[in-house]
Ligand binder design. Sequence first.
Ligand SMILES: NC(=O)c1ccc[n+]([C@@H]2O[C@H](COP(=O)([O-])OP(=O)(O)OC[C@H]3O[C@@H](n4cnc5c(N)ncnc54)[C@H](O)[C@@H]3O)[C@@H](O)[C@H]2O)c1
Length: 330
Amino acid sequence: MASPIKVCVTGAAGQIGYSLVYMIGSGAVFGADTPVSLHLLDIPPMMPVLNGVCMEIADCALPCVREVVATDDPSVAFKDIDAAFLVGAMPRKEGMERKDLLAANVKIFKVQGQALDQHAKKSVRVLVVGNPANTNALICSQYAPSIPKENFSAMTRLDQNRAQAQIAARLSVPVSDVKNCIIWGNHSGTQFPDVRHATVAGKSVYDAVNDEAWIRGDFITLVQKRGGAVIAARKLSSAMSAAKAACDHMASWWQGTPEGSYVSMGVFSDGSYGTASGVMFSFPVTIKDGKWSIVQGLPIDDFSKGKLEVTGKELCEERDDALAVCSAAQ
Ligand SMILES: NC(=O)c1ccc[n+]([C@@H]2O[C@H](COP(=O)([O-])OP(=O)(O)OC[C@H]3O[C@@H](n4cnc5c(N)ncnc54)[C@H](O)[C@@H]3O)[C@@H](O)[C@H]2O)c1
């Protein structure tokens, strides 16, 4: 076996962390033959809970897990890491405005960006899950200037998986038959789940569904509001599916995308498809040798253009609010 990959999970004592550390330890992300060293970070009051998680990791007797470091100190958690899952964030409390949540979380991601800059490998690949994920990823990267900005991404894979599952259910086909569903924009209610370019067993999803009103209406709303529907049912937010999506995202980044397939990731916009540049916008990407490239040349109709504009505008507003919070805190 090779030397272990050092993988940090923040918010490791939380809901998503509980599923995620198991999945990473089981070899689902970096490969069944690749040993991992798990660096688990949470805040001081959560250390007893994190200790319990560590006990359970030991009890899983996972062959890939070579070492577990549990800490409340980012400088220890980020030391020489190769990959980071930044899950830890303040949850939205009842009555809390979106702006207040953004302000609280942006400060966390500013501090973590600074700590990554100082302690992580320069080649570290950082996946931000904690919300607002796109803007947190942007801020994190901004405060880690010695790490290439292409090494930061935000998770929209859960939305992609949700879209894929809804299409599979609608067509009564296995979910693995559905490919190339795209999530454009922000991981929020303005995201645009797009199946115009998706295929089912090699044929167009659009033709197979044959119901444009549904694709442009209920399907989009269903995916956009799926997180809320899970909260209403479970009284807790999506955790198992979020952990699975985080693993899918990092596995694609590590192992690449198969020929002819793409995945959605929040990455730095270069203005492709007329989007605002300088925000973390979810695009379809292909990945080779650990580097993502935005899929170019997909035809975009006026309906889609309108959707891209709305979600891009929201991302610009979030970015401006986040930068104002950061400069006020300086
Ligand atoms: N991008 C997505 O698709 C997606 C999907 C689901 C959830 N989320 C987001 O993921 C985040 C985590 O969700 P959860 O259900 O696991 O929440 P949770 O509240 O169960 O766990 C969050 C954990 O983060 C820890 N934490 C808080 N501040 C921290 C800090 N500064 N450093 C390290 N750890 C810190 C908390 O102590 C807690 O243990 C939330 O922001 C949620 O909105 C994103």
